[in-house]
Ligand binder design. Structure first.
Ligand code: DGL
Length: 270
């Protein structure tokens, strides 16, 4: 019936917001697994089990195409899902590749051999599970040579955002940026490799300083989805209305989502 947007909690709303603005006629089904957030401290098996359960719920809602608007799920589960789990008539896409294509100055689907790119020193901010998967470095190595990546596992930030404690989230972001800068004093680019982090983008930018180019996924994913739906119009589905589902408490999740997106969002129980 529609295109699905999956996240462990509220972070995917940053992607939902961008894709809904870019594609105002497409009905989206959002699924937040708030009862099990954060994914970033779970092992790959656990992330796989939770992600497949959530995506299955979106199949039931009529989605033929689901975007994993969650780097942790994209890093820890997507490859295995694509190899053994997704039925042939369905598609699940992650959020890494559009970002890496932008960083490596590539058009969609350019599979030519890795080459030198302008950016040489990249700071990656992501959840502990995404950092330990090394999925970002792997995808980058397929496309670029000579790029030095320093990764900072940003423990605690997702929990603080999910709990609505933005003062704690800000303090944690500043301390993670400090820690990163001790390892890589002058990054040229910073990747916000978790879809929760755009909610703290101003703090990241302020802590990193004006000379660091910050790559945030939402708008890149929106462009890439618009391009995909142009090429695969059937995957859009015939749905009419946006739906928001959560495994958490719909009242609490609706309140936080409304606060983050500054427009009324009403979640229902998944
Ligand atoms: N927002 C998700 C991501 O992009 C998940 C964060 C989490 O649940 O730890 O990684």
């Amino acid at each position: 019936m529609a295109v699905g947007i999956f996240d462990s909690g509220l972070g995917g709303l940053t992607v939902l917001d961008a894709v809904a603005k870019r594609l105002p006629d497409v009905p989206f089904v959002y699924f937040g697994d708030n009862a099990h957030t954060p994914y970033g401290v779970r092992d790959a098996e656990d992330v796989y089990a939770l992600t497949t359960a959530g995506v299955e719920r979106m199949w039931d809602e009529g989605c033929d195409l689901v975007i994993l608007a969650c780097n942790t799920a994209s890093a820890a589960a997507l490859r295995r899902m694509q190899e053994v789990w997704i039925p042939p008539e369905k598609r699940v896409l992650g959020v890494f590749v559009p970002l890496i294509e932008a960083l490596t100055e590539r058009q969609w689907g350019d599979n030519s051999p890795p080459r030198e790119v302008a950016v040489k020193h990249v700071a990656l901010f992501a959840t502990p599970a995404t950092v330990s998967s090394r999925a970002f470095q792997r995808e980058l190595a397929f496309r670029a040579i000579g790029v030095d990546v320093e990764a900072q596992a940003c423990g605690g930030v997702v929990d603080a955002i999910e709990e609505g404690d933005l003062i704690l989230a800000e303090a944690l972001v500043r301390s993670h940026v400090d820690a990163l800068k001790r390892k890589m004093p002058v990054p040229e680019a910073a990747i916000l490799g978790c879809t929760h982090y755009p909610l703290m983008e101003d703090v990241f930018r302020d802590a990193l300083g004006p000379d660091v180019q910050v790559y945030s996924q939402a708008s890149l994913v929106a462009e890439s989805l618009a391009d995909y739906l142009d090429r695969h119009p059937k995957m859009r589905g015939p749905g009419e209305e946006a739906v928001f589902l959560t495994t958490g408490d719909p009242r609490v999740v609706s309140r936080r989502a409304t606060q983050f997106l500054r427009r009324k969002i009403e979640f229902a129980a998944a």
